[in-house]
Design a protein around this ligand. Structure first.
Ligand code: HEM
Length: 243
């Protein structure tokens, strides 16, 4: 007997646009980041390095604005876009976990329209890692290539005097006070290290996220992947978290 499939709307337009813009930006940032990391081995010149970092920062701005808007949308967006429906360790998540463990014992087939309770953990981790990359990246944009939002503040910090601010350019010692510059490089060390390690953590989280999506899609067949394009999932029974 064929079972009837019911379609439920879940991801609004803002969530879908955020998701695909984020995917494109993160892929671009990773690709350029890997070249920056290996620039010595690849024989990239100083000008080439500055160009790579500048392009990385411009993509980073799109990434950071997109991410910030999604964070705001988590407070004002539609039912399944909200933090209450996305993040773990709240009342909704606890009731999902208890219904899941009950279903595991009884063999009942329980579906979730929003994120699966286990996926909430991964989504929270992804948002955390993306936010750390955005914050550290914006600080590095200022301390490395003197780009906004902190570039002018950093220039004023390392300049010999206020008249030499305009002379300050990335990878040049002109107009630079050596002691202030050393202090600034020490200040940024922690941010570089964080940006570097979170890059690897993010790579691992992205791989786990993709594996999770593929496994869920094969097991539950709710149209998880196409839902990020159409906004809709399909179920044979009413999902636990559907209104
Ligand atoms: C998912 C987001 C991001 C990823 C995966 C990423 C990845 C990377 C990687 C792998 C490097 C090379 C690290 C190194 O040389 O030690 C790098 C460097 C850099 N990133 Fe990002 N990045 C991201 C977001 C951003 C954002 C949002 C900005 C700024 C708007 C930014 C600005 C920079 C800058 C300025 C550098 C050069 C740092 C330096 O060499 O001192 N990044 N990034």
């Amino acid at each position: 007997m064929t079972q009837q499939l019911i379609t439920y709307p879940v991801w609004d337009k803002t969530v879908r646009i955020f998701h695909w813009v984020n995917v494109l930006c993160v892929l671009g940032l990773i690709a350029i980041g890997v070249v920056i990391l290996n620039s010595k081995a690849l024989g990239v010149t100083t000008d080439g390095k500055i160009l790579l970092k500048t392009v990385h920062v411009y993509i980073g701005y799109v990434f950071a604005v997109n991410l910030s808007w999604r964070i705001v949308w988590g407070f004002i967006g539609s039912r399944y876009a909200r933090w209450q429906s996305i993040l773990p360790f709240n009342t909704e998540h606890r009731s999902q976990l208890s219904v899941m463990s009950r279903a595991a014992k009884t063999g009942e087939n329980i579906g979730f329209l929003g994120h699966h309770p286990i996926a909430r953990l991964m989504v929270a981790l992804l948002f955390l890692l993306l936010s750390i990359q955005a914050i550290t990246g914006l600080i590095l944009a200022g301390t490395d290539v003197y780009m906004p939002p902190f570039g002018n503040t950093i220039k004023a910090w390392v300049a010999v005097d206020q008249s030499s601010i305009d002379l300050i350019k990335p990878y040049s010692k002109e107009g630079i006070d050596e002691i202030a510059y050393k202090d600034m490089r020490n200040f940024r060390k922690g941010f570089v290290t964080t940006h570097y390690y979170v890059f690897y953590a993010l790579l691992a989280a992205i791989i786990l996220h993709l594996l999770g999506v593929i496994m869920s899609e094969l097991r539950e067949r709710n149209g998880l992947v196409s839902a990020m394009f159409t906004g809709k999932k399909v179920f044979t029974n009413k999902p636990f978290d559907a209104d």
